[in-house]
Write a protein that binds this ligand. Structure first.
Ligand SMILES: [Zn+2]
Length: 241
């Protein structure tokens, strides 16, 4: 076969049945960013890939890169299967939303190690039965904020995104890309201090240590992140929980 051999680690974001016995995989890799690949014969009963070409699997892959847009999976071994995650409905839903966010926000073939490591950490948290808040909305929003940071779309939180004023920050504007002061609040929505604090703390803390906030503040955080990504990354994310 002509072409080149690519070795990389990757997470399966989506796995689609294709043709008689194949699978098309959407992968997020540590060294090549997004990869589309085909695994031929993956659905045959005695496939050498076993059941590991399913969403959330973290794999060591050998791929063949030819002239097609899709690489061909030559070999796949499991780095992490996250079996506990698969036995919890809440963790499965949270993991699926995280993979969907990566799918929508990070579509380039450029490696992004912070984004890759963040996704691996989140899946590991969801797989850990002692991490009781892993599947909670708070942690999902911390993941989303850190993913926005890794993708280069962090909301401005320190001063008014429009005029630079440091005080009277009472609103959030997706178009301006951050918090706005009372003089610049046209087109913004009202952001409580608790929601503002949540975002600042979320970016400063590890994923496993999500700040607490009331549901109303969390809804404002979700809206702030989503509107920032709509305006600046031109992507729409699904509801965080
Ligand atoms: Zn302002």
């Amino acid at each position: 076969m002509r072409g080149t051999t690519v070795k990389t680690e990757a997470i399966v974001l989506r796995s689609i049945r294709y043709g008689e016995a194949d699978r098309i995989l959407h992968l997020y890799s540590s060294t090549r960013g997004r990869i589309g690949a085909i695994a031929k014969g993956a659905r045959k009963p005695k496939s050498r890939f076993g059941g590991r070409l399913e969403p959330f699997f973290r794999l060591d892959l050998i791929l063949h890169e030819g002239r097609s847009d899709l690489m061909t999976v030559t070999s796949a071994t499991t780095v992490e299967g996250y079996p506990q995650l698969r036995s919890s409905g809440a963790a499965l839903t949270a993991g699926a939303r995280a993979c969907d966010s990566v799918l929508r926000l990070l579509d380039s073939a450029e490696p992004n190690p912070p984004a890759y490591n963040l996704l691996c950490r989140y899946l590991a948290l969801l797989d850990d039965p002692t991490e009781t808040r892993a599947a909670a909305l708070e942690t999902a929003l911390v993941f989303r904020l850190k993913l926005a940071l890794a993708a280069g779309f962090t909301p401005e939180l320190a001063s008014c995104a429009h005029c630079g004023e440091a005080d009277h920050l009472s609103g959030f504007s997706g178009a301006a890309g951050g918090v706005v002061c009372s003089s610049c609040e046209a087109g913004s929505f009202s952001l409580e201090e608790e929601a503002h604090r949540f975002m600042v703390e979320a970016l400063a803390r590890p994923l496993s240590d999500a700040p607490d906030a009331e549901p109303k503040a969390l809804r404002q955080v979700e809206r702030a992140v989503n509107e920032t990504l709509e305006h600046h990354a031109h992507v729409q994310l699904r509801a965080a929980a």
